[in-house]
Design a protein around this ligand. Structure first.
Ligand SMILES: [Zn+2]
Length: 331
């Protein structure tokens, strides 16, 4: 598969909502057919394997007394039934019998050794503590804000950010509830318009632009991004070592190609740093493949921005399609 070249517009040109820019957008979209054409699963995923014990584990271990503190009394029978169902399921999978027996024993032991007072696990306790703090310190102290939000939302921003636990935009940019409609995924990528392959992202963009009428779409990259490191190191030679990640991060292949061409022989960390920003530009370009985004730009009801949060040095950069919108901001 050939790699689509990086669209030239995203490096230097400034965007103005004129037809010439739309031509560039159309050209950018045309440059990426190879990224959206492969709809089928890879050969490695052609056979559907049954759910594994590991995948079933959370299902059977999940009910913990959070909402209903009396769950053990009320739901004990359900647990017994669950265990029986698990035994039955596993007994039908001969090759899994040994693991099955161990798993059933473990789950049964966990249930039997749970404190009789139903004391929750540390993770459940953490969630309860967190919500209690939020409710007491924020929700209850801001009845006007939460009263308004109860009626509806009208966020100014749509934000794409990485799923990385260190880069939550609500923390980094102090977004308050109702301010930012958010999509977070591996490597903060916006895929090109594709109603089948990328319906999840497309529905979010459509809802944000057409229904919420956000004024800004901001794509935020970040330092030390594992997804971008994957993009820079996966071979993309037809072999795959992941179920989903390679297929997803290859949205950023044009950025990888550009960075490799521009900084040949540079050490991987440096290449990754460049790619973390360049992949944001690819996402901004991909946003132009959504017709309602283009309409918003032409009508000047919408603008696009790229951002980069460096949590090593504590800085944040912001740029528009013409780049250099603002100098780096020290946090
Ligand atoms: Zn990341």
């Amino acid at each position: 598969m050939s790699t689509a070249p990086v669209s030239s517009w995203c490096a230097t040109s400034s965007f103005s909502p004129a037809h010439s820019s739309l031509k560039r957008a159309a050209a950018a979209a045309a440059l990426r057919p190879s990224l959206s054409a492969r709809l089928g699963p890879s050969s490695s995923s052609s056979s559907v394997s049954p759910p594994t014990l590991i995948r079933n584990e959370p299902v059977f271990a999940a009910p913990v007394p959070v909402i209903n503190p009396n769950w053990r009394e009320d739901m004990g029978k359900d647990y017994d039934e669950a265990i029986e169902a698990l035994k039955k399921l596993l007994s039908e999978k001969g090759d899994l019998k040994a693991t099955a027996a161990a798993k059933v024993e473990q789950i049964t032991a966990e249930l039997q050794t749970a404190p009789p007072d139903g004391k929750p696990s540390s993770s459940v306790e953490r969630i309860k503590t967190g919500f209690t703090f939020f409710k007491k310190e924020k929700y209850d102290k801001n009845p006007a804000l939460y009263g308004e939000l109860a009626k509806g939302q009208s966020p100014k921003f749509m934000v794409f950010a990485c799923s990385d636990s260190r880069v939550c935009p609500s923390h980094v940019l102090d977004f308050q509830p109702g301010e930012a409609f958010m999509v977070r995924n591996v490597a903060n990528m916006v895929p090109p318009y594709d109603q089948i392959k990328y319906a999840g992202t497309g529905s979010a963009v459509e809802y944000a632009v057409l229904h919420l009428k956000v004024q800004e779409i901001v794509v935020i990259g970040h330092s030390a991004c594992g997804g971008i490191k994957g993009l820079m190191t996966f071979p993309f030679d037809g072999s795959t070592s992941t179920d989903f990640i390679e297929e997803w991060v290859k949205i950023g292949l044009p950025a990888k190609a550009k960075v490799n061409a521009k900084f040949p022989g540079a050490p991987l960390p440096e290449l990754c740093g460049h790619c973390e920003k360049e992949a944001v530009n690819v996402s901004l370009g991909n946003l132009l493949t959504y017709p309602f985004v283009r309409d918003g730009l032409v009508n000047k009801t919408l603008s696009l921005k790229g951002g980069y949060y460096d949590f090593v040095n504590g800085t944040f950069e912001l740029w528009g399609l013409d780049f250099g919108l603002s100098p780096p901001l020290s946090v």
